[in-house]
Design a protein around this ligand. Structure first.
Ligand SMILES: Nc1ncnc2c1ncn2[C@@H]1O[C@H](COP(=O)(O)OP(=O)(O)OP(=O)(O)O)[C@@H](O)[C@H]1O
Ligand SMILES: [Mg+2]
Length: 461
């Protein structure tokens, strides 16, 4: 939304507080600090206790170079409104700026405890890099009177030892994800859910039963399928279903490190998951790590691959740790990953069918102004669309409505008709995937790994 149309909308409804705040932010982005301040003062005239406006004013004052005044203001606000996440975040930034990294870390944690959506990974990364360790949970660490951390001696016999509690906590902060999703948050996909129940949930719940039949409950499960069809979402929901701790590892978090460091980090992540069992350790886009040796492009170093194979192998004590991987390109995986005891169960996550698409549309429609969704009709028009494509359909329709709403200064709901209209400008993204998948399934289908793809395409019964 550009500044001019925001200004025009404001002219139509000069007392609209959310709009005033938006204009203030847009002005701040343009470094029009005086005008931004003017907007915020207008908000306070209408609503003297408005916390968002007060936080923004403190930020402007800091931008003008008066940091200590900004600190005073924000502290006064937090005194009155302890639940103001944006306020704690700004307090954290100001502390960081003044070199108080440990305090900055504390304020940051407070902010995301109140509202996880204010989290800012790159800022947290800066704090951690500058040595801002967590004060709240460094269980084994002791705090000296000056506020510095003392490490307790480490008696771990681990080859990668030296991982003190504070570092472990930082690692946990980096990778732990709330497992608050359930299968009911995933629209449709009943066959996949059943597959997950059989291959993951029941084995974890009844390990003895599985042992009796000579099967192990551990090992890894690989979700594969076209992009945007819910692999990541299903993994989160699986963790929620089994009430396990969930650690999500994006491989860029491990790969972009110095040689030797990434192996160490990978090991620490596995240790973290083992200590927190029952847990799910999720590797998204695992093909980045496990690319075929011959496929040098984008492949991780050999030593990192070996480290990974050791961590998931039979020797490792992964009791109660479920290792989940997700990929769009299972055929790029090094064969060593798919051997028994490693990622030996594959689950195909297909594009949503009509019923799933209807349900996904209903899920996307929640918390948005929508009338006459007519999901059945919309879903019929969206054959071949992934969940992500469906969201794009929604986003496009909402955008044009929002523009209209701005001009008129009132909410104009989105309808099924709008969605059908915007669906014409979104290309279904799954077809392309099946074009390549089909070739691999037909010509490189060792041990019948891709039978599910062939079933889906109706090539194999
Ligand atoms: N069955 C579904 N129910 C509800 N939402 C869905 C469903 N499938 C996909 N989505 C939504 O579509 C988006 C993409 O899903 P997700 O990220 O899980 O796909 P993915 O298979 O992991 O994609 P990629 O291969 O690109 O990583 C998310 O916003 C997700 O919430
Ligand atoms: Mg994903």
């Amino acid at each position: 939304m550009d500044l001019d149309s925001l200004r025009a909308a404001l002219e139509a409804s000069p007392e609209n507080i959310p709009l005033l705040l938006m204009v203030a932010t847009a002005l701040e982005d343009e470094f029009e600090l005086d005008e931004s301040r003017e907007m915020l003062d207008r908000v306070l005239k209408l609503d003297p206790k408005n916390s968002s406006a007060q936080v923004s004013i403190a930020r402007l004052i800091d931008l003008e170079g008066r940091t200590s005044e900004a600190v005073l203001r924000i502290e006064a606000l937090l005194e009155k409104d302890k639940g103001c996440a944006a306020g704690w975040l700004l307090r954290s930034r100001l502390a960081f700026k003044e070199g108080e990294v440990t305090a900055a870390r504390g304020y940051y944690e407070k902010a995301i405890e109140i509202d996880p959506s204010v989290s800012d990974e790159s800022f947290l990364g800066q704090i951690i890099k500058s040595g801002g360790s967590s004060a709240s949970e460094g269980k084994r660490a002791m705090v000296t009177t000056s506020g510095d951390f003392l490490e307790e001696p480490d008696d771990d016999e681990d080859p990668f030892s030296g991982l003190d509690a504070v570092a472990a906590h930082d690692l946990e902060m980096e990778f732990r994800v709330k497992a608050d999703k359930k299968f009911e948050d995933v629209g449709g996909m009943e066959a996949v859910k059943e597959d997950i129940r059989m291959k993951i949930i029941h084995p974890l719940k009844n390990p003895d039963l599985f042992k009796a039949y000579g099967k192990k409950a551990g090992g890894g499960v690989l979700l594969y399928g076209p992009p945007g069809c819910g692999k990541t979402l299903l993994s989160q929901a699986t963790a929620g279903e089994i009430k396990a701790n969930f650690f999500s590892v994006g491989l860029h978090q491990v790969l972009e490190m110095y040689i030797g460091e990434s192996e160490q980090k990978l090991h620490r992540i596995f240790e973290l998951a083992r200590k927190a069992s029952p847990s799910v350790l999720f590797f998204d886009e695992i093909d980045a790590l496990a690319a075929d040796r011959r496929d040098l492009r984008g492949s991780a170093g050999r030593t990192l691959i070996n480290q990974f194979l050791t961590e998931i192998g039979e020797e490792a004590e992964n009791e109660g740790v479920l290792i989940l991987g997700a990929t769009n390109a299972p055929w790029h995986l090094d064969g060593a990953f798919l051997r028994p005891g490693r990622f030996d169960r594959l689950i195909f996550v297909p594009p949503p069918d009509q019923i799933a698409r209807e349900e996904i549309l209903r899920i996307h429609a929640k918390e948005k102004p929508v009338v006459s969704l007519e999901e059945a009709a919309v879903a019929r028009k969206c054959d071949g669309f992934s969940g992500a494509d469906l969201r794009a359909v929604f986003d496009r329709a909402t955008e044009s409505k929002l523009e209209e709403a701005m001009k008129k200064g009132k909410i104009i709901p989105v309808t099924g008709k709008d969605l059908i209209k915007s669906s014409r400008s979104v290309k279904p993204s799954t077809r392309k995937w099946f074009e390549s998948a089909k070739n691999y399934a037909l010509y490189a289908n060792q041990s019948g790994f891709y039978d599910d793809v062939l079933h889906y395409l109706g090539i194999k019964k």
